[in-house]
Design a protein around this ligand. Structure first.
Ligand code: SDX
Length: 430
């Protein structure tokens, strides 16, 4: 591989350094391009621009490969748990028995939020979207931990912040759900694991203590593992962008939650179910919607299809499709929109438009069907995505903050507005 690329600009020739990653990805290092040439690059949507070097997650979009710290997502779903994957992403290695015990103990220890915060929830109207509540509450949590807001934290304080947020964001999400259904808040139990406690907090009522069975618990583990990280996606890049100003982790995560909310990103899982329900209500004619998605004059897109990086089947969608079958069979649920989803996928995968544009189902296409089967309301689907993505956001924030060469993110632009002209007094304006 050449160490430099040659750039010819007018009468000048410049050598641009070439770098290569551990999986053979190559990049032109343009860190000094403007100083060298006076030029910047333009790449709207950053489809061709690497924002950083990272050792957390590797995606090969052409081959449909996803690995966390070098371990394949399929193997992690089969053999690991969301808590263990969270440790792997954040600390860079699978934990020893002692490390894992201490990590789980610290996460459980921080399962409570200040009782004052309960009044924050009741100040929201019942119809408030849980994503609005979650992003506000994560930032508000910081007021109870002023000692963790210093820009240059010690490693110990950073770990405190990380375990507190890993534990408490789950509680805030469960409380947001309870607020939306008008039920009393439920607390964690020491004998339950991280995700069992989340479901316990969500579905326990004064009439019935809820404890998930093994398949439901494993299904949620897998759902959260496949959502745990995805390198420089929109919301993770937002966490890095905000964190690069040395804003604290509470603020950076709150910004990431807001970025995830959009229907082109994490909000797609809610939009997929709404689309499938609309197709069902319209008589189940999925071919009509496939044609609409291909019609350039229509703003309609097939939600849950397509991806900026995957030009092959999203490996996460394959894993979740298999779990749809398992969970629906286990719960004895016949969900007609699952049949519509499978018919839609089958039709799209053989349709020239989708084949030529390499549009495949993504992680959001099947996740909502499982959440529905678990009785999680549609407006909580993106909250579930946020809980799954939490360790990935934290891992990227930590990787960036611990980089001695970290700089505040500040992209450039090409100005296309008015050139210099004098102020016109109002009486001279038409
Ligand atoms: C997530 O980045 C990540 O890693 C995200 C994520 C993660 O884990 O963090 O994987 C999670 O956000 C998954 C994506 C969820 N979003 C959706 O399912 C929404 C529907 N998908 C599309 O909006 C779209 O595919 C995106 C946003 C996902 C990707 O958009 P791109 O990369 O900007 O691609 P594009 O919009 O330029 O589309 C390329 C072409 C266009 O046609 P042409 O203009 O070339 O003729 O493909 C078409 C698009 O019109 N196209 C679609 C389509 N997606 C793209 N046409 C119909 N239906 C679709 N879903």
């Amino acid at each position: 591989m050449p160490k430099t690329a040659t750039l010819q600009l007018e009468d000048n020739t410049f050598e641009i350094p070439v770098i290569e990653g551990s999986e053979g990805e190559k990049a032109l290092d343009i860190t000094r391009l403007r100083q060298q040439t006076g030029y910047i690059t333009l790449d709207s949507g950053y489809g061709n621009t690497g924002a950083c070097l990272s050792s957390i997650t590797f995606i090969d979009g052409d081959e449909g490969i996803l690995r966390y710290r070098g371990i394949d997502i399929t193997e992690l779903c089969e053999k690991s748990t969301f808590m263990e994957v969270s440790y792997l992403l954040i600390y860079g290695h699978l934990p020893s028995t002692d490390e894992f015990a201490r990590f789980k103990e610290r996460v459980h220890y921080h399962s409570l939020i200040h009782e004052d915060m309960k009044s924050f929830f009741t100040s929201y109207p019942g119809h408030a979207h849980p994503m609005a509540i979650l992003s506000a509450m994560v930032c508000s949590l910081s007021v109870y931990h002023p000692e963790l807001l210093q820009p240059d934290q010690s490693a110990e304080d950073r770990d405190q912040t990380i375990t507190r947020l890993l534990s408490k964001v789950r509680v805030l999400a469960a409380f947001a759900y309870k607020r939306s259904v008008g039920e009393a808040f439920v607390y964690t139990k020491p004998e339950l694991d991280y995700l069992s406690n989340f479901l316990h907090m969500m579905f326990t009522t004064p009439m019935n203590e809820y404890f998930p069975d093994e398949l439901i618990r494993k299904t949620l583990d897998v759902l959260f593992i496949v959502h745990a990280d995805h390198e420089q996606n929109c919301s993770t890049s937002t966490v890095r962008m905000v964190g690069s100003s040395k804003a604290n982790l509470f603020a950076s995560l709150s910004a990431g939650i807001c970025a995830l909310w959009g229907p082109l990103h994490g909000g797609a899982n809610q939009a997929v179910i709404e689309m499938l329900e609309a197709i069902y209500a319209d008589g189940g004619n999925h071919k009509k919607y496939l044609e609409m998605a291909k019609d350039k004059s229509s703003p309609f897109r097939l939600m849950g299809f397509g991806h900026r990086v995957y030009r092959n089947y999203d490996p996460r969608a394959q894993i979740l499709k298999a779990y749809c079958d398992k969970v629906l069979a286990h719960l004895g649920v016949r969900d007609p929109i699952f049949d519509i989803a499978k018919a839609l996928e089958e039709a799209a995968l053989t349709d020239d438009y989708f084949v030529e544009k390499k549009l495949y189902p993504n992680v959001d296409f099947y996740s909502g069907i499982i959440y529905r089967a678990l009785n999680i309301p549609t407006n909580m689907f993106t909250v579930m995505f946020a809980l799954g993505r939490l360790p990935g956001w934290i891992a990227h924030w930590k990787e960036m903050i611990e980089d001695p060469g970290m700089k505040i993110a500040r992209p450039r632009q090409i100005y296309t507005g008015e050139i210099l002209h004098p102020y016109a007094p109002i009486e001279q304006r038409t």
